[in-house]
Design a protein. Structure first.
Length: 86
């Protein structure tokens, strides 16, 4: 299962993902974040209740972090993963 939402705030765009971050979802998440960057506002990707991240998912997170998307997470595993990517 995978769920994604995007919230436009005054000072930022928040993209929230939940569930399993697998290869099937990578293109959708990356496209959403890249489109959000066009607005010029900072983009935050919040990993909320992520249970599984595969290799393509990790690679995508690394690409997004390298391109300026700020990664946020809840949970010990997700927090550890995000800290290693930033």
């Amino acid at each position: 299962m995978f769920r994604m939402s995007k919230t436009e705030e005054k000072s930022r765009t928040l993209v929230t993902i939940e569930g399993q971050l697998l290869n099937d979802c990578v293109t959708v998440v990356e496209s959403c974040c890249n489109q959000a960057k066009v607005s010029g506002k900072p983009v935050y990707l919040f990993l909320r209740d992520i249970s599984t991240i595969d290799r393509p998912g990790r690679a995508m997170l690394h690409r997004l972090a390298s391109s300026g998307v700020r990664l946020l997470a809840n949970g010990v595993y997700n927090d550890y993963l995000v800290r290693g990517l930033q």
